[in-house]
Design a protein around this ligand. Structure first.
Ligand SMILES: NC(=O)c1ccc[n+]([C@@H]2O[C@H](COP(=O)([O-])OP(=O)(O)OC[C@H]3O[C@@H](n4cnc5c(N)ncnc54)[C@H](O)[C@@H]3O)[C@@H](O)[C@H]2O)c1
Length: 445
């Protein structure tokens, strides 16, 4: 995925806060009390971790104090851009050795290690930028939200498109009532849950490559032997023990403007359909139907949000598309009382029927810098728009979808206050998982 990177030199010509007008400081925050430099450690420094650390590092107030990766061959890009930052293979060592030298931590490892790392860092009072999905399980997402709140930390989830002009414009149109109150939403993505390894069983063992610490890569997950080209890097997504399938990979992106625009918090029921699954990999093409309590932006007492992946799309006629126009490869379709909005992933929203919106003037909504907004918020003590207070419930919903995916054709009922899930005898067990010794996540007391 292409990331926006503001060159450090260009950014330095602007004030650190000029780019953050929306983070205007309240008068009680005096400029003299603000921290001038933020000391950041990055955990997982290649893949999306490189994108995150380069974007965070382009903020003039950021100084990196530690880089951590379990693969010694993957520090090159980070070292090239930010030389002389100490290396670690084990995040626990980094946190204990650097201690008070760290203010904030970027977590960009595979999904199964987000919570063990971020929770440990938050217990030490570190502010967190954590990749999406926030966590690997529903229970972890709840703990992350509670701990960030308890410790009063500044957090941001790494679904950076939240801050793009396209999604922000879509949110504005819905909240301005341009298509009226919303009756139903359909969201979809082309990828499917097990597309990178194309297998349903574990491969034969292979020698661990030089420089890779396989035990640390496994972390909280039950031990299994290394195999080449199926887990590390990137392909771990297919495996239930490490990744979160298509829903986890794209749900926190594509459902994000749906959540923000409609102010959704938690579904009351979830039901999935797919062609069957096993306990190793995520299913192929799937449909997951969420029912939410209605909000001030929706029609009636409940709202259905229907997710599809693996090439499944909503019926095109729902969008009232003009002749010859097709639905985009990924995005959301908001069906309102007074029209329809297609919000592609990632492009400007489109309003239909065309005849009704032919002379509609699209409002100008500025993009924001997702990474710099987090840094500025840490430095000024302000709130982010994608902190764990928001990202926790969004990630809980995504992982509830993944519970339903493992128990297809069963309507699961969810009571968010008590974290109770009913409808299938195995559902409650899937809210959480067991942790390997040394990588536990402790509940928030
Ligand atoms: N926001 C986005 O657009 C976007 C795009 C891609 C990936 N992601 C997310 O970013 C995260 C990483 O995905 P990726 O595609 O970069 O994966 P990847 O496997 O390509 O890269 C992960 C990096 O972390 C390192 N690593 C793995 N386990 C580690 C550990 N325990 N401690 C320290 N380092 C460790 C790996 O060696 C590697 O350098 C995932 O959560 C993924 O969902 C987000």
């Amino acid at each position: 995925m292409t990331q926006v990177r503001i060159p450090r030199r260009r950014f330095l010509t602007q004030s650190a806060f000029a780019a953050s007008a929306a983070f205007a400081m309240p008068s009680i925050v005096r400029a003299s009390t603000l921290k001038k430099e933020l000391h950041v450690a990055a955990i997982g420094v290649n893949g999306m971790g490189w994108s995150d650390l380069s974007n965070v590092g382009s903020h003039p107030s950021v100084k990196f104090v530690g880089f951590c990766d379990i693969d010694a061959s993957r520090f090159d890009k980070a070292d090239g851009a930010f030389p002389d930052v100490p290396h670690f293979a084990d995040y626990r060592q980094l946190l204990s050795d650097l201690g008070e030298k760290i203010d904030a931590v970027i977590v960009a490892t595979p999904d199964h290690m987000h919570a063990p790392i971020a929770m440990k860092a938050m217990r030490l009072g570190k502010h967190i930028y954590c990749q999406k999905p926030l966590t690997h399980t529903v229970w972890e997402a709840r703990q992350m939200r509670l701990l960030a709140e308890q410790k009063k930390l500044t957090t941001q989830m790494g679904n950076q498109i939240h801050s793009n002009a396209e999604y922000r414009t879509g949110v504005k149109l819905i909240q301005d009532g341009v298509i009226g109150k919303i009756r139903e939403v359909h969201s979809w993505v082309g990828v499917q849950g097990r597309q990178y390894c194309n297998r349903t069983d574990r491969p034969a063992d292979a020698p661990v490559p030089e420089g890779v610490n396989w035990d640390l890569w496994l972390g909280a997950a039950p031990a299994r032997p290394f195999a080449a080209d199926v887990y590390h890097p990137f392909k771990w997504r297919d495996w239930q023990a490490f990744g979160s399938g298509a829903m986890g990979d794209f749900g926190c992106h594509i459902l994000d403007p749906v959540f923000t625009a409609l102010e959704l918090r938690a579904p009351t029921s979830i039901e999935a359909a797919n062609d069957g699954t096993n306990s190793e990999v995520w299913p192929g093409p799937e449909t997951i139907t969420f029912e939410f309590p209605g909000t001030k932006h929706t029609v009636g007492g409940t709202l259905k949000v229907i997710w599809r992946d693996g090439g499944l799309k909503p019926p095109a006629e729902l969008a009232q598309l003009p002749e010859g126009v097709e639905l985009p490869g990924a995005g959301s379709l908001f069906i309102g009382e007074g029209g329809v909005m297609v919000l592609p992933h990632v492009a400007m929203p489109l309003l239909y029927p065309q005849s009704k919106f032919a002379s509609f003037a699209m409002p100008k909504v500025e993009a924001r810098n997702h990474w710099h907004d987090w840094v500025d918020a840490v430095l000024t003590g302000q709130k982010t728009t994608d902190g764990f207070e928001y990202a926790g419930p969004l990630s809980e919903t995504v992982q509830l979808g993944n519970i339903a995916a493992r128990l297809p054709r069963t309507k699961l009922e969810w009571k968010t206050e008590t974290m109770a899930i009913t409808g299938h005898e195995n559902a409650a067990a899937l809210l959480t998982k067991t942790y390997r010794n040394g990588f536990e996540v402790e509940p928030v007391g």
